[in-house]
Design a protein around this ligand. Structure first.
Ligand code: SF4
Ligand code: SF4
Length: 67
């Protein structure tokens, strides 16, 4: 099994638009309580699609284990 090294991280300025949720091919990011998107670390493969579509540009793709 290939180890996934990257993960999406959502910043506090998320406007909860849901675009990331709609585009994620793994169902790994969800808007929580209508407030902020949260990433499921078990499912996210760090593909970066959510970051490209985010209108608020608050998603960063990081190395796992980083901050
Ligand atoms: S990086 Fe890819 S897999 Fe991870 S939450 Fe974003 S779209 Fe989904
Ligand atoms: S696309 Fe960006 S602003 Fe919209 S819910 Fe996802 S992280 Fe938040």
């Amino acid at each position: 099994m290939v180890k996934v090294r990257k993960i999406a991280a959502v910043g506090r300025e998320c406007v909860a638009c849901g675009s990331c949720e709609n585009i994620c091919p793994r169902g790994a990011i969800r808007v929580w309580n209508g407030l902020i998107a949260r990433v499921d670390g078990e499912k996210c493969v760090g593909c970066g699609m959510c970051g490209k579509i985010c209108p608020a540009a608050v998603i960063e793709i990081r190395e796992r284990g980083e901050g």
